[in-house]
Design a protein around this ligand. Structure first.
Ligand code: CDP
Length: 260
């Protein structure tokens, strides 16, 4: 993957990788906390994105949606007609494209080769493509390296499938967030419906089960709950409750590190 500085088309963020205004300014009302790396993994529809976004806002941290990066490459591969079962070709593409990401008021935006793909990242077609692309180890290696770089300075909430295990195994706060299958399907079905995408309940369920299975089975970067991750079942929790629970973990971690 190439991050070019020159000839940036209009509307594309000019920073090399990712820049959030909040990451620099922070929230002046919040007490000073050590800049933690917060890693959240879990299956599809567990509410990771919503909670990670809320938490990042609360702490004045960067929100990093790694799924969006996989999704953007899946859209690109489909556009370029690359075989989603060919890891070598997919890896070549991942190394060659110019991907830029930026968090904008809680929206995680992605550009590939100067074209913004944010609005094309979510939907049944991308779901089907990304589960295949995410199995390609060469693609994962490229994205994992970028994600580690993005987290280097700390002050990030990063969510995905392999963040606690591969990307940031030494993150200060590690969470495995899940919910019952029915609840996860309900959330995804509603999300699609709210965006005007009409899909059958059973279709959403089947696709989710199939994607979870692929995510848990691949040999490299599969979805697992690491021993040191805190398990949270959000089936009967509001997003605010989940966010507070993780914020408490962060405070506990800060107290334990600073002795305050
Ligand atoms: O929002 P949802 O949980 O449905 O998915 P996502 O976080 O947008 O991720 C989409 C897909 O990208 C997942 O099903 C995985 O196959 C892949 N992914 C991954 O392999 N590793 C990550 N760190 C993040 C996403």
């Amino acid at each position: 993957m190439i991050f070019r500085r020159g000839r940036i088309p209009a509307g594309v963020p000019r920073k090399l990788l990712l820049m959030s205004d909040k990451s620099k300014v922070g929230n002046p009302d919040k007490p000073k906390m050590r800049k933690l790396r917060i890693a959240i993994d879990g299956p599809a529809g567990a509410g990771k994105s919503t909670v990670a976004r809320m938490l990042a806002q609360k702490l004045g941290y960067l929100y990093l949606d790694t799924g969006a990066m996989y999704r953007a490459l899946a859209v690109t591969a489909v556009d370029k007609g690359i075989d989603l079962n060919d890891p070598v070709k997919l890896g070549e593409m991942a190394r060659q494209v110019d991907m830029r990401v930026r968090e904008d008021n809680g929206v995680f935006r992605v550009w590939v080769d100067g074209v913004e793909l944010t609005d094309r990242l979510r939907g049944p077609e991308t779901d089907r493509a990304v589960k295949l692309l995410a199995m390609a180890r060469p693609v994962r290696e490229v994205l994992v390296a970028i994600q580690r770089k993005l987290a280097e300075a700390g002050g990030v909430v990063m969510e995905g499938r392999d963040i606690t295990s591969v990307v940031l195994p030494d993150a200060e706060v590690k969470v495995f967030l899940t919910a019952s299958l029915e609840e996860r399907v309900r959330r995804r079905w509603k999300e699609l419906k709210d965006r005007g995408i009409q899909v059958e309940w059973d279709e959403v369920k089947e696709e989710m089960v199939s994607r979870d299975q692929k995510d848990q089975e691949r040999t490299w970067g599969r979805l697992v709950q690491t021993e040191d991750s805190v398990f949270i079942d959000s089936s009967r929790m509001t997003k605010e409750e989940v966010c507070s629970a993780i914020a408490e973990l962060c405070e506990a971690r800060t107290r334990c590190c600073t002795g305050s």
